[in-house]
Ligand binder design. Structure first.
Ligand code: ADP
Length: 489
């Protein structure tokens, strides 16, 4: 599947009311992650275009056939959209890999299909949402109905661009809302194809829209717009907090937030197959070069097996081949941007100054590609005061810690501020259950790392890791408000 990235055509346009639009207010540079080549100047959607888009999305919500359509009919159109996306795998997987840090080997086998299947999963919910009849006097009918919010704003990150569009747009649309997506300015090029296919599938004009632009410009205009009915956000904890504060001050818009993490991978000495476990731990920290909110960034290993785990993890890391996303052989993708690369350097060097010890990696691969490729890195002697403990690094960097007994494992697994995901590796069912209950994280994965393929798994965290859930029945319910109706008779 390797390809020439310069052969891939794209549109640097916004998509409003079924049409591609330009806007000349201001622009930002799009720099391709793999080779750090400045590919283009991309327009920020201006305040005027934001106003216009919200207006169209409101009109479409009120007047188009979408929210008034029979739910099964909505589902049929969403299924068609998913089929078209899947059929477009050849092109979509290439533009997604060219545009981001996702490897062509993964976009062509995984991301495009996950995007389509996410849409299908939520399409199936369209006619299965139910309200309730509630206890009331004999001469009263009291019930609730669930209704869409109106215009949903989905703000998405750069690490899984098209998958994240589906995570936000599919449940919102299945519930009958109209949608405006604001993709990350680091990966703005693949969403146009998803939009083209939405029109081909028959989704009415104005129901699915997107606006390109920087977070502090276009993103901020959108968040503060009074016409937005609900905000769904995935990104960093700092930006999530700002969006929540802004939306509270401009209409108390409901938000749900999928934010950062500092997820532990706890490994007991009773695991049956150490190689199998290590390969899961490695996937948890090396996939997408650790640029995933659920990356398992803290290995907490039983003292008896810690050395062996570390040795094997270093070996797997040393076999990762840095390279551009459009080559099949690459297994270590680039760090997304110069800014992110500099951030990794600072977090690690400050921690080393404070006494952390890098036992493997800790520097950049020397390549001719132009991109930033950080070596898989293991760090010991990490304390709670250090930046590599307190902050997400968003690189292939794992802290190593050990424990003697279950209580110590639980104490160390629980991070003071983050609580997104946690992995527990053990063959003892009691330990698995005990830790699942005592670790304060939104998702616990036993003998596993990563979102399961089943889309029913509610994804989201606690504490600084977020509010609310994507996916599953919780995920679809984020896109409805529930109205109580009281009818004396
Ligand atoms: P990163 O810095 O890694 O891009 P962010 O959490 O800042 O992570 O970005 C995630 C998404 O949030 C992106 O689409 C970005 O443009 C958007 N964003 C950033 N700041 C704001 C803001 N103040 N208001 C709205 N959206 C924002």
């Amino acid at each position: 599947m390797a390809f020439n990235p310069d052969d891939i055509e794209y549109k640097k346009l916004h998509f409003v009311n079924g049409e591609f639009r330009s806007d000349k207010d201001s622009s930002f540079d799009y720099i391709r992650p793999s080779d750090q080549k400045k590919l283009d100047s991309i327009p920020n959607a201006s305040k005027d275009l934001v106003d216009e888009t919200v207006e169209h999305a409101q009109q479409a919500f009120q007047k188009s056939d979408w929210s008034n359509l029979k739910p099964r009919q909505r589902a049929k159109l969403l299924f068609k959209w998913a089929d078209l996306i899947e059929k477009d795998v050849d092109y979509l997987s290439k533009i997604e890999a060219m545009n981001s840090t996702r490897l062509i080997s993964e976009t062509s086998q995984g991301d495009v299909f996950a995007t389509a299947d996410t849409i299908r999963y939520f399409a199936e919910w369209a006619d299965k949402i139910e309200g309730q009849t509630t206890a009331s006097s004999p001469n009263v009918l009291s019930l609730t109905i669930k209704e869409p919010y109106g215009v949903v704003l989905g703000i998405t990150p750069w690490n899984f661009p098209i998958v994240q569009v589906a995570w936000k747009a599919a449940p919102a649309l299945a519930a009958g809302n109209s949608v405006i997506i604001k993709p990350s300015e680091y990966t703005p090029l693949s969403i146009f194809r998803i939009a083209e296919l939405s029109i081909k599938a028959g989704i009415p004009k104005g129901i699915f829209n997107y606006l390109l632009g920087e977070g502090s410009v276009t993103g901020s205009y959108l968040v503060n717009h009074p016409g937005i009915g609900k905000i769904a956000f995935t990104g960093s904890s700092a930006t999530g907090s700002k969006i929540m504060a802004d939306s509270a001050l401009t209409g108390l818009k409901p938000v749900h937030l999928e934010l950062g993490g500092k997820s532990p991978q706890v490994v007991f000495d009773d695991i049956q197959n150490i190689d199998e476990t290590v390969s899961k731990i490695a996937a948890g920290i090396y996939l997408n070069s650790g640029q995933i909110c659920t990356s398992g960034t803290r290995l907490i290993a039983h003292k008896k097996i810690a050395d062996e785990l570390v040795e094997k993890l270093i070996k797997i890391g040393s076999q990762k081949l840095p390279g551009v996303t459009w080559e099949d052989k690459t297994s270590l993708p680039p760090i997304v941007s110069k800014k992110q690369a500099e951030r990794i350097e600072v977090l690690i060097s400050k921690s080393v100054e404070m006494g952390a010890k890098v036992i493997s990696g800790g520097s950049w691969h020397d390549t001719n590609y132009g991109g930033y490729f950080y070596k898989p890195t293991l760090i010991e002697n990490v304390t709670q005061e250090m930046p590599v403990f307190k902050e997400e690094v968003f690189g292939p960097v794992i802290n190593i810690d050990t424990f003697d007994d279950d209580n110590e494992a639980i104490l160390k697994a629980n991070h003071p501020t983050y609580g997104l995901a946690a992995c527990v590796h053990t063959s003892n069912l009691n330990k698995a259950i005990n830790l699942s209950k005592k670790i304060d994280s939104g998702m616990i994965w036993v003998n596993h790392w990563g979102y399961p393929d089943e889309f029913s798994h509610p994804a989201g965290g606690f504490k600084r890791s977020g509010i609310g859930k994507d996916m599953g029945s919780n995920g679809i319910n984020e896109y409805y408000k529930e109205k109580a109706i009281w009818i004396p008779h």
